[in-house]
Design a protein around this ligand. Structure first.
Ligand code: SF4
Ligand code: SF4
Length: 388
């Protein structure tokens, strides 16, 4: 979460703190696309104040819920708020209130029911979580539920079940094998991290997911967990902290772990003569504070020139894929992605690298749509290509 999280009091009080300065409006990608005051963070807070602080319950209707869900939870508004409101926490609390009132959109309710049934965001059986591993040249020993492995790789739902994203776990496995790391996964015992439920407002429903995953990690006696999904990483690090109290678990994003492998000389690379730009995933960068590790990894490849986009690090633009936006307004998600694609184009880079499979999917679609000749890769795929 952002640095202001500890300041979050109650929804009612936070809405009263807003000074209506509008700093949040200038950084919100949703406002950039829609252009209506009601779509700004400030506009939504004004409405929330009327509904919850001033008791105008009749205003809690479809229009408000629609505006609330037109948000990627990118955290850009929280980053600039002049009164230090943790707006990201505020949006989550509002979505919870809406779900508690039975007003969550149908797409969220379907997502919840599917998650409760399948334990993942796809419609596939959770026991098929390791199907992507069939494409490994050689399956490593102990890939599933190996007790006391040095590292457990939390693959995440998208990389486990969506063929377009399967290259990410394949690349990570190959790198870990090359580095001689004793690693495992939770296989069919890995459940969704729980974030899709929390971001849809079903906070209580996420609890069994957190409890299950944490219990499995403890049972396996694992003390280092890595995640390649920026949001899974963020969720493990922050939302699971309470459940992990008293247990020593180091939680790292794969970029941090890869930077460590490079520093200790466990992996080396061939030269790559390319101009690369890096897209900071919101939950890894602005909301997670990890900016240096991915850049260290990219610049450790000899020959690579890293160029930054106009908005980078804590000011980075969202790819459009966060906050379950695609499930309720895919057109808006696509327009937000196009804003980022324009910045990629301006860099002149031949490759855009991210560190989250969701960003990779969104940017790939946006770049295809724009007809650009730019390759989109996860950082692990970039390394896999040049691994010696
Ligand atoms: S989290 Fe991002 S998309 Fe949502 S209101 Fe804030 S700036 Fe806009
Ligand atoms: S930046 Fe903060 S105080 Fe200013 S309008 Fe936005 S939410 Fe309110």
């Amino acid at each position: 979460m952002t640095a202001t999280k500890d300041l979050f009091t109650t929804l009612e009080q936070e809405t009263l703190i807003c000074g209506r300065c509008g700093y949040c409006r200038s950084v919100c990608p949703v406002y950039e696309v829609i252009g209506w005051e009601s779509s700004t963070p400030r506009g939504k807070i004004s409405l929330a104040r009327e509904i919850f602080a001033h008791g105008k319950r009749n205003k809690l209707g479809e229009d408000f819920v629609k505006r609330l869900d037109q948000c990627t939870l990118c955290g850009a508004c929280a980053n600039v708020c002049s009164t230090c409101i943790d707006t990201r926490s505020l949006w989550l609390e509002l979505r919870k209130r809406v779900a508690d009132e039975g007003l969550a959109p149908e797409a969220y309710v379907n997502l919840k029911n599917n998650l409760i049934t399948n334990k993942n965001i796809s419609t596939f059986s959770n026991s098929d979580r390791l199907e992507w591993a069939e494409d490994l040249d050689e399956e490593p020993e102990g890939l599933e539920l190996e007790e006391e492995a040095d590292v457990c790789y939390f693959v995440g739902c998208v990389s486990s079940f969506y063929p377009q994203a399967a290259q990410v776990p394949l690349a990570i496995c190959e790198i870990l094998m090359q580095a001689g790391i004793n690693f495992t996964t939770m296989g069919g015992e890995e459940w969704c991290c729980g974030y899709p439920l929390v971001s849809a407002g079903f906070v209580k429903d996420a609890e069994p997911f957190i409890k299950h995953n944490v219990a499995k990690i403890k049972e396996l006696n694992i003390h280092t967990l890595i995640a390649s999904c920026a949001t899974c990483y963020h969720f493990w690090k922050h939302a699971c902290a309470e459940e992990l109290k008293g247990y020593n678990l180091e939680i790292l994003h794969t970029t941090e772990y890869l930077a460590r492998l490079i520093k200790t000389g466990k992996i080396q690379f061939d030269e790559l003569d390319e101009v690369v730009t890096y897209h900071d995933p919101c939950d890894l960068g602005r909301n997670g504070g990890i900016f240096a590790a991915p850049r260290e990894v990219i610049t450790s490849i000899p020959g690579v020139e890293l160029v930054e986009m106009q908005h980078n690090r804590s000011n980075s633009l969202c790819c459009g894929g966060g906050g379950n936006l695609q499930s309720v307004d895919p057109a808006l998600a696509g327009h937000i992605s196009a804003l980022r694609v324009d910045e990629i184009k301006e860099t002149g880079a031949t490759i855009v690298v991210s560190a989250c499979q969701q960003c990779e999917q969104m940017l790939s679609a946006g770049i295809r749509e724009a007809g650009l000749k730019v390759r989109v890769m996860d950082i692990s795929q970039l390394l896999q290509e040049v691994l010696l």
